[in-house]
Design a protein around this ligand. Structure first.
Ligand code: 5CA
Ligand code: ZN
Length: 416
């Protein structure tokens, strides 16, 4: 397990007003809003983590800040949060980048994971309680594959000495129910995202690689399946089922993961456990730069670490991200950071006031906005209204400034 330091979260008094008593979120699978209320006193969430071959860009940051808000809303509702995130610390793009740059793949993964973790800490993203690498999960993956064997949906492709293991995805119950795409659309997306629809010997073009037999020059681990390394989708299925169990509350990531990744994970999980992987499949919008999705492979990046070096306050970066609704796709511009920096300065200027107007209604409005499909821009607007009123009228409540700083910190992760 990788280390990631925790961040304090102030606890707030419950609302006395009329606010929703649970969180609802848009679920990609049912294409509607669903309540994600946890089970008993605990809510369980899996969020797909980084492939650590390059630095954290604002697209990643936006995705992890989105799921951080879910974590914070659940905690504010009094739930314990069982949160697992993976690190894809062995996979094709990482090995390719290591080979191109002449760095050991383990060193590249360790360095970039460390940078990601420190970026997340700067942004006050609360750590998952299980932050798990693929490499440390090899046994967990091979055990799951062995567990899937009796289903008859597992088979080998390749010559007898070097067979890879595949999963007959399209035969899994409910396959297609996450993404609702046509088979032709799935095949195109599969090809673009590390899949191999044309490989001869497969039962179906959409069958996904579970275990890749050891090739020269590639890392591999011995296992009852032969020496090799895990495929991408089974990594997340295995880690999620191992640390959270089946049918957890939220399976999350950016919307680029709807297909193939989350569809494939859902298919593997239902065959493995006879239960759905999660109640809600939650996908945040994608951040673009220069008109295209920000991506490590294309190189059109703005990095959290670069903005920090250039003197940006990480709380202003976070505020700029939160000003966009989590489901929308949007384009990063430097003006957004300028506006967020001004907004943060205005919010902070209230701290110098000895007193302010009451904040109960504002905190209720923030809670209502966030519990209703995580409407962060509306929660920020509620704070703006309170700040503007306090700056113009003054107010005479001396406890309220501490109360509002605690609410802005606990609910939005913004330290004033
Ligand atoms: N390791 C896999 C998931 S198991 C992976 O997709 N890694 S990643 O480094 O490519 O992406 C990490 C997370 O950031 C994923 O949840 C992905 O959906 C999200 N992400 C990647 N690019 C963007 C973007 N431009 N905007 C928003 N989120 C993004
Ligand atoms: Zn994943």
């Amino acid at each position: 397990m990788y280390a990631w330091e925790t961040v304090d979260v102030p606890s707030l008094p419950p609302s006395t007003g009329d606010v929703p008593d649970q969180l609802t979120l848009f679920d990609t699978a049912s294409q509607g809003d669903v309540a994600v209320a946890g089970d008993g006193d605990t809510a369980r969430m899996y969020v797909c983590g980084i492939t650590p071959y390059d630095a954290t860009h604002l697209g990643h940051a936006n995705t992890y800040v989105t799921f951080d808000l879910i974590n914070r809303v659940w905690r504010d509702l009094g739930l314990k949060v069982d949160y697992t995130q993976n690190v894809t610390d062995v996979d094709d793009p990482l090995l390719e980048r290591a080979a191109e740059t002449g760095v050991e793949w383990e060193e590249l993964a360790a360095d970039q994971t460390e940078l990601f973790r420190s970026d997340m800490q700067d942004l006050r993203v609360l750590p998952p309680n299980n932050y798990i690498g693929a490499v440390e999960s090899i046994a967990c993956v091979t055990e799951l594959i062995e567990h899937l064997l009796p289903s008859g949906l597992i088979y080998q492709v390749g010559d007898d000495e070097h067979p890879d293991w595949y999963f007959n995805t399209a035969e899994a119950p409910g396959f297609g129910g996450v993404s609702h795409l046509s088979e032709a659309e799935m095949i195109d997306l599969f090809r673009e995202n590390g899949g191999d629809p044309e490989r001869p010997g497969k039962r179906h073009p959409l069958d996904s690689l579970l275990w890749r037999y050891s090739r020269d020059g590639e890392p591999s681990w011995s296992s009852p399946l032969g020496a090799g390394r895990p495929g991408w989708h089974i990594e997340c299925t295995a880690i999620a089922l191992r640390y959270l169990g089946p049918d957890f509350d939220v399976q999350g990531g950016g919307s680029d993961l709807v297909f193939p990744h989350h569809e494939m994970c859902a298919a593997q999980a239902i065959v493995a456990s006879r239960e759905p992987l999660a109640d809600a499949f939650v996908h945040s919008g994608l951040v673009a730069l220069d008109g295209e999705k920000m991506s490590k492979s294309k190189g059109n990046l703005e990095l959290v670490s670069r903005l920090r070096k250039a003197g940006a306050d990480p709380m202003a970066v976070r505020l700029a991200l939160l000003n966009n609704h989590w489901r929308s796709n949007w384009e990063w511009t430097p003006e957004q950071l300028e506006r967020a920096t001004e907004r943060l300065a205005q919010w902070r200027s209230v701290l110098n006031n000895g007193a302010a107007i009451p904040a109960g209604e504002t905190i209720d409005a923030m809670r209502t906005a966030l519990r209703t499909n995580l409407n962060a821009p509306e929660a920020l607007a509620a704070v703006d209204t309170w700040v503007a009123a306090t700056l113009s009228v003054g107010g005479d409540d001396t406890d309220v400034i501490a109360q509002m700083s605690a609410a802005v910190d606990a609910l939005l992760g913004i330290k004033l």
